[in-house]
Design a protein around this ligand. Structure first.
Ligand code: M6R
Length: 611
């Protein structure tokens, strides 16, 4: 949930770290901080609030002729777990002997016991913050006796929980150490220096060569050298990977927000993701090798929008493959003692590949010998590495906290998976498979066509900023995508919102409808158009306004109460890929009209690596 970065090399670490933190700020933005190791020891600047405030502090240091500068440094952007967002709880944390500085992403579960032990030890360590993370710096100092690697091994053995750590020691000013467990960490290597970071975009400006650190592996970085060790201090050989993401993908490219840029990238993302299963490569191999006939049950499990992609896909799998599909929230699945076995295929969907609940669900599935297949955007992530099969979405880095392009890429991979499974199980002929794939392949152009209506969507959204509550309704697969519309709106606009199956309204929810409620009705299932339109009329007659998004022939005239956005025709099963674009744009423009911080909504973080 936090972002960490570190640099050691020929250049000044401070601008490199600040720039990297900008790319990691999506992971948390309660506070930010930097520490460099210079001739006079650690120099730390950290405080509560956004990175922009840290930048102001750094600028004033420059004006005072006391610039923060050094060739070895670590930085952090925080999503608070233990201890409120405050200056003192910000990272980096330095031990009380001023010997070791640490940045941490994760949670140390036994920090209270460790803290008490240190406080009552011979030297009576005194703690400055309320964080769990400080215990790492204090413990490392406690264990340090001339070799930072030994100290890091002892710390790793003592702490319980999850961590990605960047560590500097005053007695070893030519060394930056990193270690991780259950939280991501990459090591980047460049001509001018070496990096640690929570995610690739933080280093892309400098290098596309990275190592992915595995759990309980230690990386020791010097200016021109990187070495790896296991917990027995034995050297490890690791494979360097080349990242194909471009640097531009981590920049706004002229758009006011990453979210809008990422929405607009979707035709390309869909095309690349669809292509990836037909061109030779990992995705094609995976698709060819999963033997669906070996399973009698499919479970899809994920969180947030990825869960909504799973709910949508359930309709596609069940219709095409005639196999029943359970969709479970990963946070529930992990504790429910699921009825699964080696005849179950568990599909895990995750943009980051690092969501703690989804990782736990994956491990639960594996412990019950179910086969695991993941759909993931981040190469080298925990879920990508640990599942039996992994399909990669070609979304590129997604920076906005609210997912858009990664969600769309997940959907198309799920569609293709369902079509392929239907062929393999004899539910579709080759000809029918081709027809379905042609429908999927037509989606990128249809999304482009939809962009022609951006002005209309923007204009309508600008009239919606005053609503206290907005409902989304749909039937069948339109209901599934209504869930995503509702989540998108609430997370970035802070307007209360719920999604309901149209038929459920009369069973309770309709009592919430009053004068000037907005109901967004989705209608791509032509056979159910009449039903959803009567739901729309029911709420209109109770004072609501309706935004009707669909591709069905409409027979009600537009009025002050009823506004239409027409979608290009698409096969019912794949139509969510079009509705969702309108829903994303609608949410975006509502939030933009409210002047909100769209890319970093309050209280959220993109990668939820804590439970
Ligand atoms: O990285 P993941 O796809 O596993 O993340 C899952 C959710 O945290 C994520 O989809 C979240 O709901 C987004 N903020 C939605 O826009």
């Amino acid at each position: 949930m936090c972002g960490i970065i570190g640099y050691i090399g020929k250049e000044d670490a401070v601008p490199i770290i600040v720039d990297g933190l900008k790319k990691l700020e999506y992971r948390g933005y309660d506070s930010a901080g930097i520490a460099v190791l210079g001739y006079n020891g650690f120099d730390v600047v950290k405080q509560k609030g956004r990175l922009a405030i840290l930048e102001e502090r750094l600028a004033s240091r420059l004006l005072e002729n006391k610039p923060l500068s050094g060739r070895l440094g670590i930085g952090h952007t925080r999503w608070a777990t233990h201890g409120e967002p405050s200056d003192i709880n910000s990272h980096p944390h330095v031990g009380s002997k001023n010997k070791i500085a640490v940045v941490h992403n994760g949670i140390i579960e036994n920090y209270k016991q460790l803290k008490e032990r240190l406080e009552h030890s011979e030297h009576g360590v005194s703690f400055a913050s309320q964080t769990d993370s400080e215990v790492i710096a204090q413990l490392a100092e406690h264990y340090y006796s001339g070799d930072i690697i030994d100290a890091v091994i002892k710390v790793s053995n003592a702490v319980e929980g999850s961590y990605a750590l960047g560590i500097m020691c005053i007695d070893e000013p030519d060394t930056l150490v990193a270690v991780k467990k259950d939280n991501p960490l990459i090591i980047g290597v460049s001509d001018h220096g070496n990096f640690i970071a929570s995610d690739v975009p933080a280093v892309l400006k400098h290098t596309n060569k990275v190592y992915y650190l595995n759990d309980k592996e230690i990386a020791v970085l010097k200016e021109g050298k990187v070495q790896f060790f296991n917990m027995d201090k034995e050297p490890l050989k690791k494979k360097i990977e080349t990242i194909t993401w471009s640097m531009d993908s981590a920049e706004k490219g002229g758009y006011p927000h990453f979210m809008l840029k990422e929405i607009m990238e979707q035709p390309r993302v869909l095309r690349d993701t669809i292509q990836s299963v037909f061109n030779d490569g990992k995705n094609k191999n995976v698709l060819d090798s999963v033997n669906i006939s070996g399973y009698n049950k499919i479970v899809i499990t994920a969180c947030g929008s990825a869960f909504n992609a799973g709910v949508t896909a359930k309709y596609v799998f069940e219709k095409l493959c005639r196999i029943s599909v359970d969709v479970e929230l990963a946070s529930e699945f992990r504790y429910k003692d699921a009825i699964i076995d080696n005849k179950t295929l568990v599909i895990l969907v995750s943009q980051s590949g690092e969501t703690a609940d989804t990782i736990a669900a994956m491990r639960e599935a594996k412990s019950k010998r179910a086969a695991t297949l993941s759909i993931v955007n981040v190469v080298g992530s925990t879920i990508a590495k640990e599942t039996d099969y992994c399909l990669f979405t070609a979304a590129g880095p997604e920076i906005a906290v609210a997912t858009t392009k990664a969600f769309s890429a997940q959907l198309v991979l799920l569609y293709i998976l369902a079509v392929r499974f239907a062929l393999k199980t004899g539910k579709l002929t080759h000809k029918e498979e081709e027809a379905q794939l042609a429908e999927i392949a037509s989606l990128p152009d249809k999304v482009k066509m939809l962009f022609e209506q951006i002005d209309a969507i923007q204009k309508y959204a600008s009239t919606c900023v005053g609503y206290k509550s907005i409902f989304f309704i749909g039937r069948n697969i339109d209901y599934a995508i209504a869930l995503e519309g509702s989540l998108k709106l609430k997370e970035i606009s802070y307007i209360h919102s719920e999604a309901y199956a149209g038929g459920e309204l009369k069973h309770g929810t309709i009592s919430l409808v009053e004068e000037n409620t907005l109901v967004v009705a989705l209608s791509n299932c032509e056979r159910l158009y009449g039903k959803i339109m009567s739901n729309a009329q029911q709420v209109i007659s109770r004072g609501a306004k309706v935004l009707f998004i669909g591709n069905c022939p409409r027979d009600d005239t537009e009025s002050e109460k009823l506004y239409y956005i027409n979608l290009p025709k698409a096969a019912e099963l794949f139509s969510p890929s079009l509705s969702v674009i309108v829903l994303q744009l609608f949410s975006y423009y509502v939030a933009a009209n409210k002047g909100l911080d769209i890319d970093k909504p309050r209280n959220l973080a993109k990668s939820v690596t804590v439970e």
